[in-house]
Design a protein around this ligand. Sequence first.
Ligand SMILES: *Cc1c(COP(=O)(O)O)cnc(C)c1O
Length: 381
Amino acid sequence: MGADLPNITIPPELLPADGRFGSGPSKVRSEAVAALAGVAGSYLGTSHRRPGVRQVVGRVRAGLATLLSLPEGYEILLGNGGATAFWDAAAFGLIASRSQHLSFGEFSAKFAAVAKGAPHLEDPDVIESAPGSCPDPVARAGIDVYALTQNETSTGVVAPVLRPRGAELESDALVVVDATSAAGGVRVDPGEFDVYYFSPQKCLGSDGGLWLAACSPAAVERIERLAASGRWLPPSLSLLLALENSRQDQTYNTPALATLFLLANQVEWFLEHGGLEWSAGRSEASSSILYQWADEHPMAAPFVTDPDRRSPVVVTIDLDAAVDADVVSAVLRRNGVVDTESYRKLGRNQLRIACFPAVEPDDVRRLTGVLEHVIDVLTAS
Ligand SMILES: *Cc1c(COP(=O)(O)O)cnc(C)c1O
């Protein structure tokens, strides 16, 4: 694009105070970064096996348990490698023989592909639907893991987190939810899942590289049973090692200490303001502004047609063919408003805007003014 990109300068008074609208890595609050800088000399570069860092891990685990209203007996596990590594860990240590996957975008499809590739597992049952929608799980005999995705980040679809019901449901089937871009920004009933896993660089306003998983007693039992079954578990992907280390407020190998600190800070920021109800409410307020704008603007429309499936945390907006969304995003980028590009493989004339809790609803309101301005200028000539 570069050379022929229209030279549009957005009037500074229209610009949001913070121009980060990416879906991950996403906006990290400057207050959290300042708090990290404040403790840097006594925290960064210290042993993760000593109380200074373990206390931060303890705050993360306890804070997340409170944020998610986890029932008695549920526990927070963590390890290195992000949600992507968790898929591999789940293929080794959570799926006993056959999983069902709801596949409706890039991320949900990736976990299905991991299960399909695992030589020790049966071919998974994959239920697909077109991008912009989501399928329902179907209770079936022989399925021991139902793999749901609460927010499909590639398309901006939010899906219900509900245990499948039906006569065919195995009594020990686990509901395993990819909540990577949902945890902390979308409400959830912990009674409806056994594993709720995520990375910290989305709603949780930190950096990438870690995975966290809220696990029910049934999930812990599955982890212990599969680890004892003799199946080979690569140590860095062993959920049993993750469980044992998490219980000590540690990780099996060295974690990124800055990521842990920023995560603890964000979780406590949510809790100080009222918890998940508050953080999810902020995302809802932000995304409503964008959906309403897109509904009303003649050149824009929400991509997800069913209003109940429109994500409160990742908003996808299709633009009229008369306006090139890539040009809009590039103009925004040149003016310091970044990462509004659509998911690359979706291939639509689309903007994708994260409304994670760290994003100020007022900045989202300003963003609609910026979009208005850029679209006006681009269509005027
Ligand atoms: C971002 C994302 C992932 C991948 O997370 P990593 O931390 O990069 O491994 C997986 N699932 C969903 C739904 C995501 O949004």
